[in-house]
Structures are given as structure tokens and as C-alpha cells.
Design a protein around this ligand. Structure first.
Ligand code: 5GP
Length: 122
């Protein structure tokens, strides 16, 4: 199951985005609400709603998203310093757009663990 999202509109150029890379299977563009000095998304052109919808048949595209992430990281000069790739799944994972996407975050050291344990704080 995969319904059209804002990312399909970006692929189809129905809404604009700051595109960093494109090939037949994937697109990379800057996140509209960056969470790090560098924050872009890498998406497959063929929509897959969530990680739960990845199968043996479509799994190759997920590997390709990492190839694109590394390519853009090298082009932009932060590959050696490092970066973080994140793919959120469903509500508890923090997913808001149901078309899988790799967040690529860079430009500063990242904290770990990456979550806030709200249950412990309350
Ligand atoms: P998620 O929360 O699903 O893991 O990540 C969705 C990401 O898409 C968010 O970081 C959000 O800022 C980004 N986003 C949502 N709508 C748009 C848009 O129209 N353009 C761009 N460039 N990014 C978007």
C-alpha cells in the first residue's frame, strides 16, 4: 500500500524542493525543516510507504538510497567527517511522510542515544 504523498509531488515537480541529486530510481533533496547543519532526504521514486513494506522484491532500492547518500556526502565534502542516516517507521518511529526516506544528517557530531525517554522523565 502506498498513497501519494508530498514526496510524489516533489518527484513530479508539482511542488519545488532544493534537489541535490537525481537518477532513474532515487531523488535527494534538502529537508524543509533541517535538524542539523546539513539535512537532506534520499527517497525512492517508486513509493514504498514504510519500512514494513520493504520486501525481498523491492529491497535493492533501499541499498541504492545508501549509495546515493554516500555519493552526495562525498560531493558535499562531509563523507570523511561522517554523518548519520535515519529511516523512521510509523508513529513511534516519528514517521510523518508515508513514502520511505533516508534522513542524512551532518555538519556536527551527533548525540547518542538519539531519543528522549519521556516515560522516565514523567
Ligand atoms: P519523517 O518525520 O517522516 O521521518 O520525515 C519527513 C521529513 O520530510 C521531515 O523532516 C520534514 O521536514 C520533511 N518534509 C515534509 N514536507 C516537506 C516538503 O514539502 N519539502 C521538503 N523538502 N521536506 C519536507
Amino acid at each position: 500500500m502506498s498513497e501519494e504523498t508530498v514526496f510524489t509531488k516533489i518527484i513530479n515537480r508539482e511542488i519545488s524542493a532544493d534537489i541535490l541529486y537525481e537518477d532513474d530510481d532515487a531523488l535527494a533533496f534538502k529537508d524543509i525543516n533541517p535538524q542539523a547543519p546539513v539535512h537532506f532526504l534520499v527517497i525512492p521514486k517508486k513509493p514504498i510507504a514504510t519500512i514494513n513494506d520493504i520486501t525481498e522484491e523491492n529491497a535493492a532500492i533501499v541499498g541504492h538510497l545508501y549509495v546515493v547518500a554516500a555519493k552526495v556526502a562525498a560531493e558535499q565534502g562531509f563523507a570523511e567527517d561522517g554523518y548519520r542516516c535515519v529511516m523512521n517507521c510509523n508513529e513511534h518511529g516519528g514517521q510523518t511522510v508515508y513514502h520511505i526516506h533516508l534522513h542524512v544528517l551532518a555538519g556536527q557530531p551527533m548525540g547518542w542515544p538519539p531519543y528522549t525517554d519521556k516515560a522516565k522523565e514523567d
